[in-house]
Design a protein around this ligand. Structure first.
Ligand code: AKB
Length: 318
C-alpha cells in the first residue's frame, strides 16, 4: 500500500484529492499537509494532518522518512492572478517548493505528482487543438513556474530516476473549497452568485473561451495517471487534459437552462483578462487518452446540473 503525502491539502484540489485518496488507500495512509489556509473539519477528522510550509526543506525532508512516505502529490502553489501580484513570492513557493519535494523524492525514493496548467502555454502557442508538444512561452510568472516545473520533473526523472508525473489542468470547477486567486475562478464564483442573487458580474469578457474540467474528473485524472503502468507512458509530465471548453456567455446560458431568471453582466479585470487571452482556447488531449486512458465523465450540462444541486444545498445549510 502506498504511503501518501498531499501538500497544499487545504486548497481547491487538495481537500477533494485527499478525501479520494483516503477512500482508495485507507485514511491512515494519506497525510494531508497545509500551510496558508486553516484545514477544514473534513480534512482533519478523516485522517492525519500536519502543518507544513513546502519552502521548509528540512521539515519536509524529516517528515518524508518519519512517516514512511512513498508518494507525494505536490499541490501547494500560488495561482495565476495572485502570482502576478506577488511574482517573487510566487517563484519562491511554486519553484522552491517543487525543488524541495523533488529533492526529498530523490533521497527517499518517492513517486511525485505535479499539476501543471494551461498557463504553461503562451500567446504564441496554437490556441485551438493545442498539441501536446508545442511552443511554450508563457507570459505570466505562474505560467513560467509551471513550464519550469514540467521541465524540472522531467529532469529529475532522466537524471535521478524519480518517477515524477503530471498533467496540465484547465480551469477547475468545484463545490467544496473555493479556488483562490486564479483566472478561471469566475467559473466557480458564477454558481454561488446564481444561487444567491440570480446575477453575476463577470471579470472576463463574454467571449473568452477556455478549457475547463469538473473536480471529480480532475481527481480521477491524477490518481489514474499515477497508477498507470510506466511501460505505457511516452510522456511523463505536462499531459494536456480537458473535459469541456466554453465562454462565460455559454456558461451563463447553461445555468439559465436551470434558473431562467439568472442574468450576467461584465466588469472586465484587465489583469485577469490579459492572462486569459494568453492561454489556449482548447487543448488536444489525445496523448493522455492514448497513453493512460484519460476519459472525462462530465460535460458542461452534467457539470452545471451537479454544481447547482450541491451549491443550493450548501448555501441552504449555511
Ligand atoms: C488559474 O486560473 O490560475 C488556475 C489554472 C488554470 O491553472 N485555475
Amino acid at each position: 500500500m502506498p504511503r501518501i503525502l498531499v501538500t497544499g491539502a487545504t486548497g481547491q484540489i487538495g481537500v477533494e484529492l485527499t478525501l479520494a485518496l483516503r477512500e482508495c488507500y485507507g485514511a491512515d495512509n494519506v497525510i494531508a499537509a497545509g500551510h496558508r489556509r486553516e484545514p477544514s473539519g473534513s480534512l482533519v477528522h478523516t485522517g492525519p494532518y500536519v502543518s507544513l510550509d513546502v519552502r521548509d526543506a528540512a521539515a519536509l525532508d524529516a517528515l518524508v522518512p518519519e512517516r514512511g512516505i512513498t508518494v507525494i502529490y505536490h499541490l501547494a502553489a500560488l495561482l495565476s492572478a495572485v502570482a502576478e501580484e506577488q511574482p517573487l513570492q510566487a517563484w519562491d513557493i511554486n519553484m522552491n517548493g517543487l525543488l524541495n519535494v523533488l529533492e526529498s523524492a530523490r533521497k527517499h525514493g518517492c513517486q511525485v505528482f505535479f499539476p501543471s496548467s494551461i498557463a504553461a502555454f503562451g500567446p504564441d502557442t496554437p490556441p485551438f487543438d493545442t498539441p501536446q508538444d508545442t511552443v511554450q512561452h508563457p507570459s505570466t510568472i505562474y505560467g513560467i513556474t509551471k513550464v519550469t516545473g514540467e521541465l524540472l520533473c522531467d529532469y529529475y526523472y532522466r537524471r535521478y530516476g524519480v518517477d515524477a508525473r503530471g498533467v496540465r489542468y484547465p480551469g477547475l470547477i468545484s463545490n467544496q473549497v473555493l479556488p483562490g486567486g486564479g483566472t478561471t475562478d469566475y467559473a466557480v464564483d458564477i454558481f454561488y452568485a446564481a444561487v444567491r442573487q440570480r446575477h453575476y458580474d463577470c471579470f472576463l469578457r463574454a467571449g473568452t473561451q477556455l478549457d475547463m474540467m469538473y473536480m471529480p474528473d480532475a481527481i480521477q485524472a491524477a490518481i489514474q495517471l499515477m497508477e498507470t503502468d510506466v511501460s505505457r507512458l511516452t510522456h511523463r509530465n505536462g499531459f494536456n487534459v480537458t473535459a469541456m471548453s466554453f465562454t462565460p456567455a455559454q456558461l451563463a446560458a447553461a445555468i439559465q437552462q436551470h434558473l431562467p431568471d439568472f442574468t450576467i453582466s461584465y466588469a472586465i479585470d484587465p489583469l485577469r483578462q490579459a492572462i486569459a487571452d494568453s492561454w489556449p482556447r482548447h487543448m488536444d488531449d489525445s496523448a493522455a487518452r492514448a497513453e493512460w486512458g484519460w476519459q472525462p465523465r462530465y460535460d458542461v450540462a452534467a457539470m452545471v446540473t451537479d454544481m447547482l444541486r450541491h451549491i443550493t444545498v450548501k448555501l441552504r445549510n449555511e
